[in-house]
Design a protein around this ligand. Structure first.
Ligand code: TPP
Ligand code: SF4
Ligand code: MG
Length: 441
């Protein structure tokens, strides 16, 4: 559907706020002409603005809009385009924003994401008083370069073009073909960049006696190409490429529903900590216990703690079980701790010392001398079958169910079976149940 705004334009009734002679007004007028030419539903046009005087731009259009942090507008625009490829996404940023978000600009070019980027390039930070930016020419006087800028200005177009941008144009706000090139860019499927050089009359012009003619001569002196620098419609657009790639994949597995079939004994919130070592399938045991709790009509939440070096050191899982919905906040006081290895015991040294005397610690021989006011129960591993390091957590979980009166141990067997019962898991559960029964006796 094409909707024409009541004004026959994409502008709203608000006058621009820019200083007299500021190039921003001319560029926005050209953008309006380009949009009128393209006749896109205004609601389907999203103007994503950056920060600075240029960042005010979206407020003067009767389109959809998004306004965020300095230099990040390309990232928001990329998200909008990926989520809604049918929208026409136009980013407006200053040269300051292009510098601050320079890596985003390069990423947009590399991906060839289907957005239009207009850089309002007035060669300085206009809004904050005319400091130098990444595009300020050498020798220019700005608020931050009072003796003349020493840096080489960034070639925005050259950078975008060499990194794969589909459409790249450079010119000035005085160019008669600016509305046509903006219309080209909006109609272009991939990433379209327009680096529009213009005058900041309040600062850059005043400090450098800089004129319209100087815009062109500076471009010449720098050897920066102008006009259409790159036009490669054949390069795949990123949002479309993402969807095409996703379409070739099998559908994602849906979460398995867990229907309660057992009756829990637990009538209050209960926190169980499983503390072992990396590679000991501590988190798996926690997940299976949580599933078994849900099978017994309880609510369960699990949080895991392990070092950034995932395959070494401790692995601690916190399980919060309750007859009522669980909100996991912070580190709840444990009612019981299942200690499975020296790494887990070392990690919980302080927790064990500070446990309530009503708490229970289930542990294996050799870890039992830990100082704790809680009741310590030692689980004797069976002679046969010998529990491997990776079976200990699940066996310990089964033993805990025998001893802690939370919900029927059969629920754990059902949870393991429902997940496919990997090698030895049911045997580990049986051995753990025997361990728990022996400790109870
Ligand atoms: C990360 C960050 N640094 C600094 C600022 C302060 N700041 C606000 S506007 C601005 C200058 C904007 O310059 P430019 O992007 O070129 O836009 P213009 O005002 O020239 O249109 C700066 C530095 C900011 N908002 N965010
Ligand atoms: S300060 Fe510069 S960029 Fe900002 S409105 Fe004035 S002339 Fe334009
Ligand atoms: Mg600027």
């Amino acid at each position: 559907m094409t909707v024409v705004t009541p004004l026959g334009s994409y502008r709203n009734e608000r006058p621009y706020p820019f200083c007299p002679g500021c190039g921003h007004s001319t560029i926005l007028d050209a953008l309006n002409q380009a949009l009128v030419r393209r006749r896109i539903d205004p609601a389907s046009v999203v103007i994503v603005s950056d920060i600075g005087c240029s960042g005010l731009s979206d407020e003067y259009f009767a389109t959809s809009a998004f306004h965020g942090l300095h230099g990040r507008s390309i990232t928001y625009a990329t998200g909008v385009k990926l989520a809604h490829p049918d929208l026409e996404v136009v980013v407006i940023m200053g040269d300051g924003g292009a510098g601050i978000g320079g890596a985003h600009l390069i990423s947009a070019a590399r991906r060839n994401i289907g957005i239009t980027l207009i850089v309002m390039n007035n060669l300085n930070f206009g809004m904050t008083g005319g400091q130098h930016s990444v595009t300020t020419p050498r020798g220019s006087i700005t608020a931050s370069t009072p003796f003349g800028n020493l840096e080489r200005p960034l070639d925005i177009c050259g950078t975008a073009a060499v990194n794969g941008a589909g459409y790249v144009w450079r010119g000035t706000s005085f160019d008669d073909d600016l509305p046509d090139r903006l219309a080209d860019a909006i109609g272009f499927e991939g990433f379209a960049l327009l680096d529009v050089w213009e005058l900041c009359t309040a600062y850059f012009v005043r400090r450098n006696r800089f004129s319209r003619r100087d815009l062109v001569s500076t471009l010449d002196d720098l050897g920066f190409a102008t006009g259409i620098i790159q036009n490669r419609p054949e390069v795949p657009e990123f949002a479309a490429a993402c969807r095409a790639a996703a379409a070739t994949q099998p559908p994602l597995p849906q979460p398995r529903a867990v229907t309660p079939t057992y009756q829990a004994c637990l009538d209050r919130p209960f926190t169980l900590l499983l503390a072992g070592a990396a590679g000991g399938r501590v988190r798996t045991a926690g997940r299976l216990l949580a599933t078994a709790a849900i099978l017994s009509g309880l609510y369960a939440a699990q949080s895991d703690d392990y070092p950034v070096t995932v395959r070494t050191g401790y692995s601690v899982t916190t399980l919060s079980l309750s007859p009522k919905p669980v909100v996991l906040a912070g580190a709840p006081e444990p009612d019981a701790v299942l200690l499975l290895s020296p790494e887990g015991a070392a990690k919980l040294t302080r927790t064990l010392r500070e446990l309530d005397s009503s708490a229970v610690v289930l542990t294996l021989p050799g870890l039992a001398t830990l100082p704790t006011p809680a009741t310590v129960i030692i689980l004797e591993p069976p002679e046969k079958p010998r529990l491997s390091k990776s079976d200990r957590a699940l066996a310990g979980a089964a033993a805990a169910l025998e001893l802690l009166n939370l919900f029927p141990p059969q629920a754990l067997v059902a949870a393991v079976t429902a997940e496919g019962a990997f090698a030895g898991q049911l045997e580990a559960v049986a051995a753990g149940a025997a361990m728990g029964a022996a400790a109870k006796a």
